[in-house]
Write a protein that binds this ligand. Sequence first.
Ligand code: ATP
Length: 366
Amino acid sequence: MKVVLQNLTKIFPSRNKKSNEEVVAVNDFTFEIPDGKLIGLLGPSGCGKSTTLYMICGLQKPTSGRIFFGDDDVTDLAPENRGVGLVFQNYALYPHMTVKQNILFPLQNLRGADKPTKEEMLERAYSAAQLVQIDELMDRKPSELSGGQQQRVAIARALVKMPRVLLLDEPLSNLDARLRLQTREEIRRIQRETQITTVFVTHDQEEAMSISDMIVVMKSGVVQQIGAPQEVYDDPKNLFVAKFLGTPPINVFEGRVFEGILYIGEERILSVPGADDGEVYVGIRPEGFILDDGGPLHCKLSSVEVMGRDVSVVSTNPFAVSPVIRSIINADNKVNTESETVSYSLKRHKVFIFDRETEERVYFEV
Ligand code: ATP
């Protein structure tokens, strides 16, 4: 089922009677989510991702704009009539019910012609439980399950209604690091198997990048960029997106373009044909540095952290915006830890420049 968001806007009125400052939680969001894809809605706290999700499921009414599931305009439909499955961060299971009763609950609540027979209900509950691999725990109470298992029950409960669209709001936040990894793989597998169009909200860029077909990066209610995760990582449209994606994060310097040459301080870093002269921010991905004694960028070496296959070289530079610069270098390249400075040449396609004022990308011929 494709989902179309058309000029979706949500404005919350001011809570403070004295000031009239409204909150534009989502500002003119237009996007067609292709059928059967998993979309990661991504951004810092308060950027409007949950509000977007709640508008898709019907818990929030848009101030303006429309929402379509396929060709159906669902904007004015109540949540229960939209055919959505919703999973929250806190699993919100009924503690006094068994796993089986929890999963059956949405079906038992159906009315009229939609209500399946008892046998159909059980069959659907078991197949949802099998899908999330908790079919052996059906008689337990939620308190007898781990966090990961509880979240699977919540997912099964959302799937049992055979939703047209599955909506997941930070579903992994309450899980420990290892379970998060495992459960996110599970979500990916379940989504692939069911082919249900899914929207996944998270503030964790790594999580979104690893499981999404496409990511939507939001800031202050405004969509910044939409694309396949690798595409957005490799080709960020502005400084915000470049900084938001990637661990370790991109290294940012103040720089300047003059006559097709990029400078950081007085150092001529790179030729950037096609870029206009002006003050810029220079973003260099950690994997964009090459150790090179004759390289143009000189930094003060702070430490070398061994990570196994790679090493992370920590250094400083007076023109860096962040306190330290972190490069990732293959461990086969020996770093002279005795030296006070470290010199780099750069991989052109890992260097992005941004207008200092607008923070929009300044393109050059790579
Ligand atoms: P988080 O990751 O912290 O949940 P988010 O990206 O999901 O953040 P939203 O919850 O969508 O952000 O909130 C977007 C903006 O709208 C925030 O500034 C928030 O304070 C505001 N907001 C959300 N709900 C309401 C409400 N019911 N009334 C007024 N303002 C609201």
